[in-house]
Ligand binder design. Structure first.
Ligand SMILES: [Zn+2]
Length: 220
């Protein structure tokens, strides 16, 4: 129904589709809809029985919702079956198979490496950047070796076998890195939150779009 609304320019349907997408994806990082297992939170976005996740991405793209697309793309890469579903499609409740447009597939595959890199440079920089090594060396009030082991374990969990993208725009959770002493955990939380805000600010540019303040949500 929402797709017909756009195709035949039925204003009410189109407006409904726009408002649902804007509601689900924006205006801030707290509206990420992929949960920590990489599944779509269907409480946050309604899909009828004939439509699935690929249709949501296509619709946001077709409607040219510029302010919505960065977060749609982020969720698309955070999806647990990424990148396989870009090729295999996603199935709706009634078994309808949908695939993202080839141009979106290409765009996501070309953008993913920069997203992976920026996540390491921003919210998780404290895991890798030697300049924040004092996180473990200077501020550590526990056993430094224990904190280091916790850090290495967390790097394995978040970055292998594939990067857990949904953690990039998440609420800080001590379970990201269980086993850190209180001082290290506090320092990690502060660095993570600062980095997350930077990642959010960069999100449109990561996907080859203009910065947030230059984007318009509707251009038909
Ligand atoms: Zn420590």
């Amino acid at each position: 129904m929402l797709r017909l609304g756009h195709k035949y320019n039925f204003a009410t349907y189109r407006e409904e589709a726009v408002s649902r997408l804007q509601d689900a994806f924006g205006p801030d990082w707290e509206t990420v809809i992929v949960n920590e297992t990489g599944d779509i939170n269907t409480d946050r976005i309604y899909m009828d029985e004939a439509h699935s996740w690929s249709d949501v991405i296509n619709l946001a793209y077709d409607l040219r919702l510029e302010r919505t697309l960065p977060l749609v793309y982020f969720n698309a890469i955070a999806h647990k079956y990424y990148p396989a579903y870009l090729f295999n499609g996603t199935k709706s409740e009634d078994g309808t198979l949908s695939k993202v447009h080839p141009s979106i597939r290409q765009h996501l595959l070309c953008s993913q490496d920069l997203l992976f890199l920026e996540m390491r440079r921003t919210c998780f920089s404290w895991m890798f950047d030697e300049s924040v090594e004092p996180l473990l060396g200077g501020v550590c009030t526990g056993r430094r070796s224990a904190c280091l082991t916790a850090l290495v374990t967390a790097i394995g969990k978040i970055f292998t076998p594939k990067q857990r993208i949904n953690y990039g725009l998440a609420v800080w959770d001590e379970n990201f890195v269980p086993g850190l002493c209180k001082s290290c955990s506090r320092a990690a939380e502060k660095s993570f939150e600062e980095g997350r805000d930077i990642l959010w600010g960069k999100l449109p540019v990561i996907f080859g779009m203009k910065p947030w303040d230059s984007l318009k949500d509707f251009d038909l």
